[in-house]
Design a protein around this ligand. Structure first.
Ligand code: MUC
Ligand code: MG
Length: 379
């Protein structure tokens, strides 16, 4: 039995190492909502709710995530035995619709506490438990400049940090985007897998042409080329195009996974803990994908250390992760808010082995980057 003693929810803004150019926004900083829970025995747990570009990616903003947690979720937790994570989240589900990012942050913190109490990593509390200790990690080339992207890709290969590259396209004319992808495929050759993410920015007609052209220049995968709710059109593209289509924005938890699988609308799922509504829900999405013969990829919302590690614990429970992961979020930030930075080596991320999430904050950095204390520079 564990009762909530106190909670702290705050927004943290950390600059990015370079502008990150996506179809719907250019990021110069990443904004993370951190929730910290402490129970009556003094056991604490942390969670993260992070989106991209304010409200330009999804329906929750950092401010709405914080408000949903403080106003609606924490009061429910005060009447729960928070040692029972699934039962607590089921209670939250009854009173709070949607708000997947906020729920994910809270569920992460509860699982961190539960793992610490039981002396096991969070990965042992998900599905059948951990089956792998490291995860292949992609990097996104999104400087907005082809030559700079090629140089960055070469550097990542030299450092043996990444050999899977995701290119963010969809902002320019289809032909210009394909030329950009083709130049990178040509430069990196068979030393790397090159994939693209259109972030819903094409029409079906553009996607039909774009996907065929991308296949011809050596691209391996196209992520969310058209609107995420255009399931029938995604199915037409999946059937008609030689290049695999990965669902990202279309996936918002197990029911959407079931709809996409039944419609044959994607051949790969980008699993995201926040979009799915939490770690348990992500495992359910993965199970639906696997049962339907859909390949799995460990996605990111470019979270910092907490959300990245929470995702890693879920992905470490998946026996089939054919497309690897993109858990590089902390590497895009100028400063790591964790005391021990995550272990990136040999094209992989090491999944922490300590109890709970297995991480701790650098409290000084956290205090510096907290929006409500000392970091007015970015807003
Ligand atoms: C997305 O849409 O997948 C993941 C990697 C990256 O660069 O942006 C994200 C979001
Ligand atoms: Mg995406």
């Amino acid at each position: 039995m564990a009762m909530l003693d106190h909670a702290d929810t705050f927004i943290v803004d950390v600059p990015t190492i370079r502008p990150h150019v996506l179809a719907m926004a250019t990021m110069h900083a990443q904004t993370m909502v951190i929730v910290r829970l402490v129970d009556a025995d003094g056991v604490d747990g942390v969670g993260e709710g992070t989106t991209i570009g304010g409200l330009s990616y999804g329906e929750e903003s950092p401010e709405s995530i914080k408000s949903a947690i403080d106003t609606y979720i924490l009061p429910i937790l005060r009447h729960c035995d928070i040692a029972c994570v699934a039962a607590t989240m089921a209670k939250v589900e009854k009173s709070v619709r949607g708000n997947h990012f906020a729920k994910c942050a809270v569920e992460t913190a509860l699982l961190d506490m539960a793992g610490k109490r039981l002396g096991v990593p969070v990965s042992e509390l998900i599905g059948g438990g951990r089956v792998r200790d490291s995860l292949p990690v992609a990097w996104t080339l999104a400087s907005g400049d082809t030559a700079r992207d090629i140089a960055e890709g070469e550097e990542m290969l030299d450092r043996r940090r990444h050999r899977i590259f995701k290119l963010k396209i969809g902002k320019r004319e289809v032909r210009d985007d394909v030329a950009h992808v083709g130049a990178i495929c040509k430069a990196l050759g068979d030393r790397a897998s090159v994939r693209v993410d259109v972030n819903q920015n094409w029409t079906e007609a553009q996607a039909r042409i774009g996907m065929a052209m991308l296949h011809d220049v050596g691209c391996d995968l196209v992520e969310q080329p058209i609107a995420g709710d255009a399931i029938a059109a995604m199915a037409r593209l999946s059937k008609g195009q030689p290049i695999p289509l990965m669902a990202d924005e279309a996936l918002n938890g197990p029911r959407s996974a079931m709809r996409i699988a039944s419609a044959h609308a994607a051949s790969v799922f980008a699993l995201k803990i926040a979009q799915s509504g939490g770690l348990f829900a992500t495992a359910d999405v993965a199970a639906i994908g696997t049962a339907a013969g859909i390949g799995l990829y460990g996605g990111t919302m470019l979270e910092g250390g907490v959300g990245t590690v929470a995702s890693a614990h879920v992905f470490a429970t998946l026996p089939d992760l054919a497309w690897g992961t993109e858990l590089f979020g902390p590497l895009l930030q100028t400063e790591d808010i964790l005391r021990e930075p995550l272990g990136y080596a040999d094209f992989s991320l090491a999944v922490p082995t300590g109890a709970g999430l297995g991480i701790a904050f650098d409290e000084d950095k956290l205090a510096f980057f907290r929006r409500d204390r000392t970091s007015p520079i970015l807003h």
